[in-house]
Structure formats: C-alpha cells, structure tokens
Design a protein around this ligand. Structure first.
Ligand code: MG
Length: 270
C-alpha cells in the first residue's frame, strides 16, 4: 500500500483545490457533528479458538443435555472424543435431535465431519442438515467432496432453494466449520408474511450464502409456502441415516429487527 507524507498531501490539496478558499473550509460542518457516541457498543470477548463471552453453548463435548430426540423410542446418538454422531439405525427410523429451548434470530457455529468411509453417493453420502424454525428451514450438510448432486441440494445449499456460492467441502473424515446467521421470518397479525427468513453462511471460512431470502419452509416435493409461526422455535439436526459427527456448537442470540433499525444519526435517515 502506498503511503503519502502529510506534507505532500497538503501540497497536493492546495494545488488541486485552488478554488477552495479558507472561507469555504469554515462553512464545512464540524466533524464531531457526525460522530456517534451513544449507545455504547457491547463488549464481547472472543478468545482465539474459543467461544464468545455472550454465547449459549449447545454442545461442549460432554453431553446432549441441551437437546431432545424427535423420536424418543429411536436409537440415541453416540458421544465420544468430544463429539457426537448420528445413530446408525436398522431398520432405519429417523431420529433427529432438536434443542429443548427455542431460538429466533441467531449467529450459530458448529463443526461437522462426514464419515471417512464412503459407501454411497449423491444425497446418500454424509447427509444431515441444520434446521431452524423447528424443522422448517434447512441449511444443508452433505459430503460434497467430489460428489455430484443437484446444486441446490449440495453442502451449503438452502435445500431445494439456493445453491451455495462455493463448494468448500473437505475430504471425508475431516472436520469442517459452519457459521450461520439466521433471521427468522415475521408474520402480520392476519398470518400473511411480513418479512422472509434470511440466512447467511460461511463454511470453512468461505462465504456460501449471503442474506438469502427464503421462499418458505424446506420442501422435498413441490414448492415452498410460508405459514405463520412464532419467531422463536427449536433448532434441529437431521438424521438422514448417515454417520455425520458434530462438535463445538454454540450460538449468539440476535435481534434482527433491531439490527435493521438500530440507532444511527437521525441525519443519516433523511
Ligand atoms: Mg439434509
């Protein structure tokens, strides 16, 4: 990057701005008029490879106390070496897990690992998914390392809606990070849609979705269509029958409406 000495900048300014008189300078507003000091920005400490100080931990490597099974009669997921793994069930019965608490707008971090042993392909390879809105809105988890499938169904897709912007899949058996910002949809009193769900994601530090506005809940067949629901609902992980593992799951609660309407200088809104 070029660095220009202040004296040179002053000389250049005089040469280029010859018509700018001292009187003009005096009429410019004071720079302090556009400084915003309140409200103070909240301090969040975030240690290297650690968890932000205001995060809610959903899995710290020890137990699944924050979660419950969608099918309590099903096979429980296994916990080992600081991670947990989807159960391999025979005969296969879906038994996803969901948080006991409900959440609305969030920043969520998780780490996942596709099974090292590749036994299938397409949608049958390392398939899981993170759902917001109690099973409504899926951000896809799939082993997409050299694994062809439809673009809006591969790793990082908003399933059957948005293909990811890139495919940062690592080799089967390697850990990956998944960072997601979810803004829940809002509904009017008559049940009509006020604002759609919005999702931004990074996988392994690579942008995969940017403020994608969802068309409705995830559907396997047919087109999505919204129906009104509470802002805060459980978050789920999908059991698709593949031995996907997870670790280090935490979230920070956000207020999407406040983010869009936070206090800024009134003059900026004119
Ligand atoms: Mg899935």
């Amino acid at each position: 990057m070029y660095k220009i000495a202040p004296a040179l900048i002053a000389t250049l300014s005089l040469a280029l701005g010859a018509s700018c008189t001292a009187q003009d300078q005096e009429e410019l507003p004071e720079p302090q008029l556009t400084e915003q000091w309140e409200p103070k920005v909240p301090v969040v400490t975030s240690p290297v490879n650690g968890i932000p100080s205001d995060a809610i931990v959903l899995f710290d490597g020890s137990d699944l106390e924050a979660w419950e099974y969608s099918n309590p009669e099903g096979e429980p997921w296994t916990i080992a070496d600081g991670s947990f793994t989807v159960s391999k069930q025979k005969p296969k019965t879906s038994n996803g897990i969901r948080t006991k608490d409900s959440f609305g707008d969030v920043q969520l971090h998780l780490e996942f690992r596709s099974p090292a042993g590749v036994e299938s392909d397409g949608q049958g390879r390392g398939n899981s998914g993170l759902f917001f809105g109690d099973g409504r809105y899926e951000t896809q988890i799939l082993d997409s390392y050299q694994n062809e499938t439809y673009a809006n169904g591969q790793l990082g897709s908003i399933y059957k809606q948005y293909p990811p912007l890139a495919n940062p899949a690592r080799k089967p058996g390697e850990w990956s990070t998944y960072d997601i910002v979810y803004i829940a949809p809002r509904f009017n009193d008559d049940g009509s849609l006020k604002s759609p769900a919005r999702i931004t994601t990074f996988i392994n530090g690579v942008l995969t979705q940017l403020d994608a506005e969802l068309f409705g809940p995830t559907t396997f067949r047919g087109l999505p269509e919204y129906s009104a629901h509470p802002v805060k609902l459980p978050i789920s992980l999908q059991d698709h029958g593949d031995l996907v593992s997870f670790r280090n799951i935490w979230l920070r609660e956000l207020d999407g409406e406040e983010i869009n309407d936070r206090t800024v200088l009134p003059e900026l809104k004119k």
